[in-house]
Design a protein around this ligand. Structure first.
Ligand code: HEM
Length: 307
């Protein structure tokens, strides 16, 4: 399928004021995009305060076309609203040569042998977390998966072995993540003039940044050679032999945290939900749980409970 859009101004789209669209997007994201596709087709204009006017593409073939069009699809530019949290060096906010440099430095810790080295640690962390799950009573699955993915990121990516220090990280990270979505409502993204939302984010960043810079400084003084991702990034060099600076390391660690935490936790919670429905053999299976997500709620409480 292809859609020729000669004049972007003629792309159809919602005339609903941006603040109403944002409220709909926040509370019922699936029905927001379903309604846009139903009313305006697979390519439609939307207005969201933090993002401004954006084109929504909801057809898989067209989405692939966009992602493969490296000359015109500036993923970094499109994500600049996350700048106050991720920082200017984040691979998610870069395009072109800078993006490729950061991506090449970030990739080795996520390939082959390096990944296999994390398996035992991830299994240990998962068992440790599952041991805390309540027995024989329903409980919400997603927060449990969030606990696992955050511990994995702190231990395997940041290399934080000390449990007390991980608790300090968890507290600071939870406080920052709790408000990061507000950036979608930010009226001055990338304008250089700090909005109230950006000032709030900056205050919440302080605790996370202090912990990261302390760890980077301490690790630089230690002998090289750890298995965790931070150790590998400290040793990484680009084609010109340049290492990652402290602020580049801070931005990439926070990017890995934001890119890997909620995404994986949500995918795991759905996996358990769908497996439960499948194993329950109840009619409607996963679709009934999907319908519960269409209304924005998380997967239903897990009735499994630890036996
Ligand atoms: C189910 C889990 C995950 C999903 C659905 C997911 C999805 C995505 C998507 C859609 C993008 C492209 C974003 C864009 O270009 O704007 C992306 C990029 C990225 N993801 Fe994930 N992700 C997941 C897990 C992770 C994990 C566990 C990590 C690392 C710990 C991670 C790190 C990254 C990074 C660094 C990028 C930027 C890559 C680049 O710009 O070159 N993601 N992810």
């Amino acid at each position: 399928m292809s859609v020729e859009v000669a004049d972007p101004q003629r792309v159809p789209g919602s005339k609903l004021p941006a603040v109403f669209q944002a409220a709909w997007f926040f509370t019922r994201p699936v029905s927001y995009f379903e309604s846009a596709t139903r009313n305006y087709g697979p390519v439609a204009w939307l207005s969201l305060p933090g993002f401004g006017r954006v084109v929504s593409v909801t057809d898989p073939a067209l989405i692939k076309q966009v992602f493969l069009d490296h000359d015109r699809a500036y993923a970094g530019e499109a994500s600049k609203v996350m700048g106050p949290v991720l920082g200017p060096h984040s691979v998610l906010l870069l395009d072109g040569g800078e993006h490729m440099r950061q991506r090449k430095l970030l990739l080795p810790p996520f390939h082959g042998e390096a990944l296999r080295a994390y398996e035992r640690r991830i299994a240990e962390i998962t068992r440790r977390e599952i041991a805390t799950w309540p027995a024989n009573r329903p409980f919400a699955m997603r927060p449990r998966m969030q606990a696992i993915t955050l511990q994995v990121i702190l231990e395997v990516i940041f290399g934080v072995d000390d449990a007390e220090r991980r608790d300090r990280y968890s507290h600071a990270v939870d406080r920052l993540m709790a408000i990061s979505n507000l950036l979608a409502l930010d009226t001055r993204p990338g304008s250089g003039r700090r909005s109230p939302i950006q000032r709030l984010i900056a205050r919440r960043r302080v605790a996370v940044d202090r912990l990261i810079f302390e760890d980077v400084e301490r690790r630089r003084k230690q002998a090289a050679g750890g298995e965790d991702v931070l150790s590998l990034l400290l040793a990484a060099r680009d084609e010109d032999g340049r290492a990652l600076t402290d602020s580049e390391l801070r931005d990439e660690l926070v990017t890995l945290l934001f890119a890997g935490h909620e995404t994986t936790a949500t995918a795991l919670a759905w996996a358990v939900d769908l497996l439960m429905w499948k194993s329950s053999g109840r009619p409607g299976g996963s679709s009934s749980s999907l319908s519960s997500s269409a209304s924005g709620r998380s997967p239903p409480a897990c009735g499994c409970g630890r036996r």
